[in-house]
Design a protein around this ligand. Sequence first.
Ligand SMILES: CC(C)(COP(=O)(O)OP(=O)(O)OC[C@H]1O[C@@H](n2cnc3c(N)ncnc32)[C@H](O)[C@@H]1OP(=O)(O)O)[C@@H](O)C(=O)NCCC(=O)NCCS
Length: 179
Amino acid sequence: MNLREAVREDLPGINEIYNEAVRNTTANWSCAERSLREAGEWFAQYGAPNRPLIVAEEDARVVGYACLSAFREKDAYWPVAENSVYVHLDYRGRGIGTRLMERVIALGREAGLRVITAWVDADNDESIVFHERLGFERVGIMRNVGEKFGQKLSVVILDLDLTKGGHDDRYARRGGGAR
Ligand SMILES: CC(C)(COP(=O)(O)OP(=O)(O)OC[C@H]1O[C@@H](n2cnc3c(N)ncnc32)[C@H](O)[C@@H]1OP(=O)(O)O)[C@@H](O)C(=O)NCCC(=O)NCCS
């Protein structure tokens, strides 16, 4: 399995994985599939150091991807990005999601981000456990803020503090972080 920056030619593979989640799950809160044209517009937001889009490639196809997106438009949110991660159904449970996330976390830290936030459907236990294993902590829940397939949805908010751990441990350098 090879990890690399996504290119436009990856969009059909990325979109197939994305649309499977839209059609069949509440892991993704879109209710309508995304066209290739819309995927092209989505793709345009990536490429800057703090906005990586990484694909996992195996058997000459895209088998997963992870990205860091703007959390909100207001400038003061510059230290935070929101992550997304998807692995093709046939390739799950083999560590691909973990490797994708480790790569975007490292890139986010290098780019000077301080926090990565993940907003996960409250019923998506696999994804919550997956993020916690990567060091994310639950910081809250918003109840009944969504509806899909006639079902009310809640979202669990997790975040990863990039200022702890890794090679850029500003808290450790200050001797504990309580300031
Ligand atoms: C969540 C997702 C990205 C994980 O990718 P993956 O490649 O299958 O994950 P990994 O193989 O790296 O698993 C890492 C850990 O996550 C947890 N995990 C992953 N899949 C799990 C499952 N089906 N059930 C329970 N725990 C699971 C486990 O703790 C696992 O560690 P282990 O294998 O040592 O038990 C993948 O399941 C996926 O694409 N799901 C659908 C889309 C989605 O929910 N994306 C996140 C939206 S916020």
